[in-house]
Design a protein around this ligand. Sequence first.
Ligand SMILES: NC(=O)c1ccc[n+]([C@@H]2O[C@H](COP(=O)([O-])OP(=O)(O)OC[C@H]3O[C@@H](n4cnc5c(N)ncnc54)[C@H](O)[C@@H]3O)[C@@H](O)[C@H]2O)c1
Length: 269
Amino acid sequence: MDSKKLEGRVAIVSGSGANIGEACARALAAAGAKVVLADINIDGATKVAKDICDNGGDAFAYRLDLVDEESIRGLAAAVVERYGRIDILHNNAADTRIAQMAADGPIAELTAEVWDRAYTVNTRGTMLMIKHCVPVMVKGGGGSVINTSSGTSILGDVFNPAYSSSKAAINSLTRNVAAQFGKQNVRCNAILPGMIVTPLAREMLPEATLEMLERHTLLPRLGRPDDIAGAVVFLASDDASFVTGQLFSVDGGITTHQPFVGEVLAQMG
Ligand SMILES: NC(=O)c1ccc[n+]([C@@H]2O[C@H](COP(=O)([O-])OP(=O)(O)OC[C@H]3O[C@@H](n4cnc5c(N)ncnc54)[C@H](O)[C@@H]3O)[C@@H](O)[C@H]2O)c1
């Protein structure tokens, strides 16, 4: 990777205290960006920011709660105070806590609280980050917004309807932002990750489940946080300067085919 590709740019990554967001923040820093690690998990964000600084980068951590608009307004103000600009906004955070995802089950049993929580953190939080950060980008001459959606946003399934539809709303928001700010040189794209094996996923999912998921992935392996980080650096950089309003799947092809066809053919002999 060209280590100077993002030299002089200022990036915010929400939810960067661990896992995919951490990998994205580290990759943006490695490409030369100054990085703001914004997370409700301030301990994780502080640790990653320190590590980036210890390795010659420039970063700081901010305790962000996406539920609270004042916290988001404060983040934009803190970044302007420290660095004077915002060039890259990666909306990576989502409420993926086990309790939230486990309660996000059959619609007939779904509570309004679980539904509202998914939309408040994932969708409204992303919108408010854009509301407070993009005007700063515009003042600086433009920038790149990258929203982390999910492969589930374009599928229907038997679990997580609140999560997946909150991500589908992010897809629509992405295109609205691309339309509203395009003439001011702000690009906005969404990344739709497939199964990305974070340390947490490895801890939670049985080996047999991971093997099954890998079997249904077109490429010979499951995703890694660095796969998302590579796409984020691309979309943040001038290499993507004519790319906007796109929904960009990074999923090893898992959403591009019907996973059962191979098994049907095998059954037919
Ligand atoms: N891991 C996967 O397979 C996968 C697949 C599709 C999409 N995604 C998406 O990728 C992103 C990162 O996922 P991950 O697997 O690294 O999960 P993760 O739970 O480690 O990351 C989510 C981050 O968001 C932060 N967060 C949660 N609530 C917040 C709030 N109210 N305010 C501020 N920060 C908050 C968490 O502290 C955490 O750091 C998420 O948007 C997720 O939906 C992940």
